[in-house]
Design a protein around this ligand. Structure first.
Ligand code: ZN
Length: 214
């Protein structure tokens, strides 16, 4: 069965070449299937990368089974093509996603457990489970821990566990099984700020923002 090689899982390269295997109409657009891709598809709480395949601007990127569908305004012929992922968009997504990891680690350290997360620009949110005894100043504690980890500037490592899952970690922090894109080191993030927290039943919904280091 056809599978797209997910090159972005093992490489931070934003430019390269690939083979156009298929290009089919999709509504009033086209879906392009490549043999390999540098584009992160929408999923796992992270939005799709932007960029170009040849002269075609990529409007969306979806994962369908093991096949990545690049949705574009223009059709492309089969054959070799240059691919380019938009760097500022990738950087923003990687910063927000990595910030989510850090908040998850910090939360765990004060007894909260991350249940789910989304790392969409302007809408970053993490849902945490609430322990029986929630520290009174938990939000301040959490923010402090996040900034401590950030200051340590841990370097990213990507490995595979025994079951083949991709494990992403920063410095000495524990790893997360994750298929997203991340900064190379936490020093690439200037700040992470928890902007709102809503406590409802046994869950906290946390909103946050993060910005890249200059
Ligand atoms: Zn991740």
């Amino acid at each position: 069965m056809l599978q797209t090689e997910l090159t972005y899982l093992n490489s931070d390269e934003l430019q390269g070449e690939a083979e156009v295997l298929h290009c089919r109409p999709r509504g009033d657009r086209f879906e392009i299937v490549l043999d390999r891709t540098l584009f992160h598809p929408k999923g796992g709480g992270q939005p799709a990368d932007a960029g170009c395949i040849g002269a075609a601007q990529v409007a969306d990127v979806l994962l369908d089974g093991g096949v990545v569908l690049h949705v574009a305004e223009h059709a492309l012929p089969e054959g070799r093509v240059a691919i380019r992922v938009d760097a500022p968009t990738r950087r923003l997504h990687s910063v927000l996603h990595s910030a989510g990891h850090l908040i998850g680690h910090a939360a765990q350290e004060i007894g909260l457990q991350a249940l789910k997360a989304q790392h969409w620009p302007q809408q970053c949110r993490i849902v945490l489970s609430v322990p029986d005894s929630l520290p009174l100043q938990w939000q301040g504690l959490l923010q402090e821990r996040v900034r401590e980890h950030l200051a340590a500037g841990g370097v990213r490592t990507v490995s595979r566990d025994a079951a083949g899952a991709r494990i992403v970690s920063f410095g000495a922090l524990p790893g997360y099984a994750c298929g997203g894109t991340h900064v190379r080191a936490l020093s690439d993030i200037a700040d992470i700020r928890i902007t709102a927290a809503r406590l409802k039943a046994r869950e906290i919904s946390l909103s946050y923002t993060a910005c890249a280091a200059a």
